[in-house]
Write a protein that binds this ligand. Structure first.
Ligand SMILES: C[S@@+](CC[C@H](N)C(=O)[O-])C[C@H]1O[C@@H](n2cnc3c(N)ncnc32)[C@H](O)[C@@H]1O
Length: 382
């Protein structure tokens, strides 16, 4: 554990009496030089977790195809913006796809990355060294007036969340205090009215002793993003559910959890700065607050279907080894792997999206396509 970071957090708590869980999570993940995302590479074999990006390059190839399709269908400027680019591998897979398969588009595409971690920006520059001149890094503040496709994978789950609990009918926020030489949870009044606004707007009701994680940063993010987009499509890929499923009474403990060396744990106060902390995304929040800034919901669908619609089945058919095929399958089988809990929200701004749009295809049609592909390839049925 980073004792320096632990001491900084203890000092903040001592000065203030208590801090919100969101403040704790923000420091643990993003404190300059010490937070989890600000040092060492958190991804892949040597890190704490894998994302779909690590599973197979075909994830990036499929997103590349989808994004190009969108640019062409809506006659948008050839701009792509990825926020929270992590290792930079997704950007690399996408740009490799264009270079090798769509050279004319590769020549004109402008790829922008918005990344919070200085450490990761440097990593991304190294990973993307074959695409020099194609990529530019800007801060979210600088980013504006965008036309094109804006997308992210596992960005919103890495935003800090407020935790609340229903104690015998009283809703309280769960703070972090430091007492008896240890971090402890402490319920008190909400730190901001925005939490009540969120609960009211999304009609979230908690049963007694139920804990819920409220991602206020996600609402701020989508509102700001909507204002920065002039015309285009926003694709948000992440694990999570609409509010009615996320805050259902069977989920009593919320969804915040930690990952350390590929093992999940709920020891929030251990290994501070050395382990990931993350929570499921409430996609209803993104849909609702997005509407305030002209972001219209085009579709909300499982990652499996989004990838099938984007052409991932072509790669299963052409996989050279069983290992490659298994990696692609892990992205799309509905049970297990990245097919479970992962969903995609597609929103549009200032566009007329026809029913023929590829990501508006009916789920049944896409599932039939998936089932046929499995049958044809004689892989186990879904
Ligand atoms: C869980 S990782 C996902 C990385 C990558 N997209 C992937 O799928 O492998 C979250 C990423 O979002 C970045 N991030 C988190 N909050 C951010 C913010 N407010 N602005 C920009 N990047 C952010 C993190 O630094 C990290 O790169």
């Amino acid at each position: 554990m980073s004792d320096i970071l632990k001491d900084i957090i203890i000092k903040k708590i001592t000065d203030r009496g208590k801090i919100t869980f969101a403040e704790f999570m923000d420091m643990a993940l993003y404190y300059p030089g010490l937070g989890y995302y600000q040092k060492e590479n958190p991804f892949g074999v040597t890190g704490s977790f894998y994302t779909s990006v690590n599973a197979s390059e075909t994830f990036g190839f499929s997103i590349a195809r989808s994004n190009l399709n969108i640019i062409r269908q809506f006659d948008l400027q050839p701009n792509l913006c990825e926020m929270g680019a992590g290792s930079g591998l997704l950007a690399n897979d996408i740009l490799n796809y264009y270079r090798d398969n769509e050279p004319e588009f590769y020549d004109i595409v402008k790829y922008t990355i918005i990344e919070k971690s200085e450490y990761l920006i440097n990593n991304q520059k190294e990973v993307l060294k074959n695409h020099v001149g194609k990529v530019e890094w800007v801060s979210f503040d600088e980013f504006s007036n965008f036309e094109g496709v804006f997308f992210s994978n596992e960005l919103v789950d890495a935003f800090p969340v407020h935790r609340i609990i229903n104690i015998s009918g009283d809703l309280k926020e769960i703070y972090v205090i430091y007492k008896d030489d240890k971090f402890q949870f402490y319920p008190d009044l909400f730190s901001t009215d925005q939490i009540s606004d969120y609960l009211n707007r999304l009609k979230i009701k908690l049963v007694d002793k139920q804990i819920a994680d409220i991602n206020l940063d996600a609402t701020k993010w989508i509102r700001t993003l909507g204002e920065k987009i002039k015309k285009g499509i926003v694709v948000t890929i992440d694990y999570g559910w609409p509010a009615e499923k996320l805050y259902a009474p069977f989920r009593m403990d919320g969804t915040v959890t930690c990952y350390f060396k590929h093992k999940q744990n709920n020891d929030f106060f251990e290994r501070i700065g050395d382990q990931d902390i993350t929570a499921f995304v409430d996609f209803s929040g993104l849909m609702e607050y997005g509407k305030d800034v002209g972001l219209e919901v085009v579709n909300f669908l499982p990652q499996t279907l989004y990838l099938v619609q984007s052409g991932i089945l072509d790669y299963i058919a052409n996989a050279k080894t069983d290992l490659q095929r298994a990696a692609i399958k892990s992205l799309i089988i509905p049970e297990g792997g990245f097919g479970t809990n992962f969903n995609v929200l597609i929103q549009s701004k200032n566009l007329n999206v026809p029913d023929s749009f590829i990501h508006k295809k009916s789920p049944t049609e896409t599932f039939v396509q998936l089932a046929k592909a499995y049958e044809k390839l004689n892989i186990e049925s879904i």
